[in-house]
Design a protein around this ligand. Sequence first.
Ligand code: PDD
Length: 286
Amino acid sequence: MSRTVYVNGQYLPEEDANVSIFDRGFLFADAVYEVTSVLDGKLIAYDGHVERLWRSLKELDMAAPCTPDELLEIHRELVSRNGIDEGLVYLQVSRGSDGDRDFVFPGAETKPTLVLFTQNKPGLADNPAAKKGAKIISVDDIRWGRRDIKTVQLLYPSMAKMMAKAAGCDDAWLIEDGHVTEGTSNNAYIVKGGKIITRPLSNDILHGITREAVLRFAAEAQMEVEERLFTIDEAKEADEAFTTSASAFVMPVVEIDGVALGDGAPGSVAPRLREIYIDEMRKSAI
Ligand code: PDD
């Protein structure tokens, strides 16, 4: 069945939705995005995603396409029209189209393009993959230097994911100067001696909305958290590892570059954090 999607003020069947071939998102990857998950038909951690979107827009000197209240209304309308109980809302804002191709940013008369669509994902919370855990490979991080801005420049993460698939694995962790930056589309953590270790926030990684919540819940549950760089070699010797993202919540990692962590099954920390995260998010969903 065709989805209803949103493009620049209109709700349309997906086959009728269009964006200009001159759109700067298409020509220059001059666009930012957010992915917000839906549980029980409600939006998870919505405020964090909107705040980060406004930050991304500001960092790129891009105009906001509407107000935060209007954006919430569009999210809710799409979730309702598409009958999403568990799934995702994808949002993209580009710098719009000035009807030609020019490296120079267009003036204020060019309005941003706003696109949103839903992805139905039944079983998002009760995901069998989380019980098995993910196998990952490590690859060089050759992305640009402003990974804190959530741009749609996702070619390299997509290639890294393909390298993982080719190696019979689920995902890749990105390595810079021997240290893990993050996953292709998630933040990365290891657990050693009960302590959760993750890279501190900087321009090198995306400031994950799930990361922020999970670290808060970990601290509230008296778990020890250390924000510092860690190497891929250290990760291979960890007791456990996991990733966090809006689309997969807390996902245990059971193997890195062919090396099994612990007994090769999810440990105790990641599954517990996953459970707490999902419970708390259900409570605060809007
Ligand atoms: N990705 N790091 C990167 C590079 C990401 O692309 C993402 C999210 C995260 C986790 O951020 P958050 O917890 O706010 O989802 C970290 C989304 C889910 C995606 O591209 O589909």
